[in-house]
Design a binder for this molecule. Structure first.
Ligand code: SF4
Ligand code: SF4
Length: 328
């Protein structure tokens, strides 16, 4: 059973990190993987919180730097220069966080479950990684936590595009009974079923796969695979055989993710922090704690179950959903 440490006061962070041999990070260059927040997003991790982590890494004589990858869609985070400028605007600079900020595009192909994922060079080269993940809802995957921080945030933009495209639904007319269930469950009203006709507006489709799961007649399939499955696989490609400490922040838990400029509102009260060495255990513990305060809040808000990434994470050997919660 994996250990997940829970605390509400950041003064307990050093003690929490001791459970996972933070001392072994000594003398190593450490990418601290985090999402620095889209322009106009209000919920991303704050620099003063990140500073606590950097101070702990410096205390054990590690050599940390903040790290993230560029994104596939247009905007500030599409290029290294644009992302660095935005990071500075959000307060992530050497003066505030005590280390440098690195954004990179380059990747190394890694095969998991028969699919190639280009993992960020900086992650591939590192033996030790620290992950700061802000837990919040997500319109296509239900929630974003440690698995998503790597599964989408740890790969190149080419791989991000491939993952999104591969999760789009493919319609098989011959199997369709025009029951209309897929149209009812689609969170984005991207499907219309009327008088024996089935139409999809691809521009409204986020590839969540809910329609695929809802169709009992096998008339819709993922082009390649469910988005939460490829997230789990890509996360495994990033962290397998590495020493990783995961810190999940359960604060400012918004409806949508930090890449959304309009991610609000906050849908769950602040809960605290979790630390673990297992991305599946920490995300499962995050979901369970949120569920205790606001039952099924992500399912209600985004109409997508985030538990699939936990199930797939376990299936592909990314981690374990069984955990012991230790409260400090
Ligand atoms: S749920 Fe399946 S069978 Fe029913 S309308 Fe949609 S695609 Fe057709
Ligand atoms: S994948 Fe999601 S968004 Fe796209 S049509 Fe299906 S249910 Fe709607």
């Amino acid at each position: 059973m994996k250990k997940v440490i829970f605390f509400t006061d950041l003064k307990k962070l050093p003690k929490a990190l001791e459970y996972f041999s933070i001392q072994s990070f000594r003398s190593k260059k450490i990418p601290v993987k985090l999402h620095i927040g889209e322009d106009k997003n209000e919920y991303f991790p704050r620099p003063d919180f990140v500073r606590h982590v950097i101070d702990e890494l410096l205390r054990v004589n590690a050599d940390p730097y903040l790290f993230d990858t560029t994104v596939a869609y247009s905007g500030s985070r599409h290029t290294k220069a644009g992302y660095l400028k935005l990071a500075d605007k959000h307060g992530f600079n050497e003066k505030n966080v005590g280390c440098s900020v690195v954004i990179d595009d380059s990747g190394v192909p890694t095969t998991i479950e028969g699919r190639k994922y280009e993992v960020a060079d900086h992650l591939v080269k590192s033996t030790h990684i620290f992950a700061i993940s802000h837990v919040k809802g997500h319109i296509a995957t239900g929630m974003g936590g440690a698995i998503k921080n790597f599964g989408m945030g740890g790969v190149t933009k080419e791989t991000k595009i491939k993952m999104h495209h591969g999760s789009r639904p493919i319609y098989q007319k011959d199997n369709c009974t025009f029951c209309g269930v897929c149209a009812e469950v689609c969170p984005f009203s991207a499907i219309e079923v009327e008088n024996n006709s089935w139409k999809q507006n691809m521009r409204s489709c986020f590839g969540c796969g809910v329609c695929v799961d809802s169709c009992k007649d096998d008339a819709i399939q993922n082009k390649d695979a469910n988005i939460q499955f490829v997230l789990a696989c890509a996360a495994k490609a990033c962290v397998q055989n590495k020493n990783v400490i995961y810190l999940n922040e359960l604060k400012r838990i918004a409806r949508s993710c930090d890449c959304d400029p309009f991610a609000g509102p906050v849908i769950c009260p602040d809960i605290g922090y979790l630390v673990s060495d297992d991305p599946v255990a920490i995300d499962k513990a995050s979901l369970d704690l949120i569920h205790d305060v606001k039952p099924d809040v992500f399912e209600k808000e985004n109409k997508i179950s985030p538990f699939k990434q936990i199930k797939y994470g376990e299936e592909v050997g990314l981690g374990s959903s069984s955990y012991e919660l230790i409260k400090l």
